[in-house]
Ligand binder design. Structure first.
Ligand SMILES: Nc1ncnc2c1ncn2[C@@H]1O[C@H](COP(=O)(O)OP(=O)(O)O)[C@@H](O)[C@H]1O
Ligand SMILES: [Mg+2]
Length: 435
């Protein structure tokens, strides 16, 4: 590629000669970035497409500049720029030398490589740069497997991960102009917060969707991109209609139990195809599969999984109707929040619980060797039959797992009850999310 042409592409993504939009600061991630960047490891920014990784990386550039690093010492490369003709390590060499030639940076260089998995052989290049201490590296990707496979072999013990999700409820409030969420403000803001919570459940929390009026349209286009670009193209799948049906099936069934063989019957795909496609969906962070809690690994592996989606807005746009499925959507919201917490505390493990009498508890949280929390989601506890059922399951699980306390997440209910000597705390979803 011609040097001048290359430089002009690079220039578009860098702060060297212009200011770039960095959007609304996502403080939790920035704090974590600051913490991770004190190490000498490669930082990997991973998460679903459209979760805000590129914006966050630009915010990281700002942070570094505010800390006094010169803008010439930062190089941002967006490998999804269609003007790049061949995506290989030769291009990377050429980018690096062109950058140095045009800007002559002095001192330490930091390179941001956005959507790095697009580049053939990127991992060798990253490792070489890191090992020879030619630059600090921050790389991003929208595919778990592609990154982890290569990182696993070539960058073992050399990288730290920052997982990015669509907005947490706290971030969502910030994007809606509610920035102060300490105890005092919560009281005065309660009505606003509850109204916003419904939107959070209905349209999900992809940043762009949150900020735009055309929510459904954007969600539809995200879904289209995900299927065509991330799944069909990347995994070279030929059965495109079947794959699409399966994505829809999972989005419709968020919060339900699923096995590859039961899905097989439903969609007329073989169980092995279902399994293969499902692992692709996990790779691009479209869905998650939650395992059943068991003291034996074998039982855990053979039990059905619960499927959850990356965003409830996608479920509502592609899958099902909001009002009919609020319980499942809320369960999905709780799951996602637990995923965020897990990303910050890797020692956490998540499961659901179920016994032979089909009693179920939505979430079991294990911290190290200990069961740290049991959580049941029950949106409407005013129906005594439902409430009774949820409590019975919970008590059973508490007995089995030797827990004296548990939480039920509700719409409004806010109190503590003693049942059979055990403590059950009812917490409204919005409070729990802000907890
Ligand atoms: N922090 C933010 N502030 C404002 N808008 C954002 C922010 N993060 C993401 N967005 C919006 O969401 C879109 C997708 O974000 P992007 O960073 O490109 O996601 P990714 O790189 O993960 O695919 C952006 O084009 C922008 O409209
Ligand atoms: Mg991006």
């Amino acid at each position: 590629m011609d040097k001048n042409e290359l430089f002009s592409i690079l220039n578009d993504w860098n702060f060297w000669r212009q200011d770039l939009d960095t959007g609304i600061v996502r403080i939790t991630y920035i704090e974590r970035f600051k913490y991770l960047s004190t190490s000498n490891q490669v930082i990997t920014v991973t998460g679903p497409r459209r979760a805000g990784k590129s914006y966050l990386m630009r915010q990281m550039c700002s942070v570094l500049m505010n800390e006094g690093i010169k803008k010439e010492n930062l190089l941002f490369v967006n490998f999804e720029d269609p003007r790049f003709t061949s995506l290989d390590t030769k291009l990377m060499d050429q980018i690096f030398s062109t950058y140095k030639e045009f800007l002559s940076p002095k001192g330490e260089i930091t390179i941001f490589m956005d959507e790095v998995q697009e580049v053939e052989g990127w991992e060798k290049w990253v490792r070489m740069m890191h090992e020879l201490k030619k630059a600090k590296l921050i790389i991003s990707g929208s595919n778990a497997k592609l990154l982890s496979r290569e990182l696993g072999t070539l960058l073992t013990g050399r990288h730290l991960d920052l997982s990015v999700f669509p907005l947490s409820f706290r971030e969502f409030l910030e994007f809606n102009g509610i920035t102060k969420t300490d105890k005092l403000d919560l009281v005065t803001l309660e009505t606003d917060i509850k109204g916003l919570l419904r939107r959070y459940i209905e349209f999900g929390s992809f940043p762009e969707v949150v900020l735009s009026e055309q929510k459904k349209e954007i969600l539809l286009s995200y879904f289209g991109d995900l299927v065509t670009k991330d799944l069909l193209r990347r995994f070279k799948v030929r059965k495109s209609e079947e794959m699409k049906s399966l994505t829809k099936y999972y989005l419709k069934n968020a919060g339900n139990l699923t096995t590859f063989s039961s899905t097989e019957k439903f969609l007329e795909l073989t169980a092995s195809t279902v399994e293969k496609f499902s692992s692709y969906f996990e790779d691009v962070y479209l869905v998650f599969f939650l395992k059943r809690f068991s003291f034996t690994v074998k039982e855990q592996e053979k039990s059905p999984r619960k499927v959850y989606a990356i965003d409830t807005g996608l479920c509502n746009t592609i899958g099902f109707r909001f009002s009919e499925n609020i319980d499942k959507l809320v369960e999905n919201i709780v799951f996602l929040e637990l995923q965020r917490r897990q990303a910050q505390q890797p020692e956490i493990e998540l499961y659901y619980w179920k016994d032979v009498h089909h009693r179920e508890v939505d979430f079991v949280i294990k911290k190290g060797q200990k069961i740290s929390e049991l959580i049941q989601v029950c949106w409407n506890v005013s129906n005594p039959k439902t409430k009774d059922r949820e409590i019975r399951s919970l008590i059973k699980a508490m007995d089995e797992l030797k827990k004296e306390e548990a939480t039920i997440i509700t719409e409004e209910h806010n109190c503590v009850e003693n049942v059979k000597g055990k403590k059950i705390a009812y917490v409204p979803l919005w409070r729990w999310l802000l907890g």
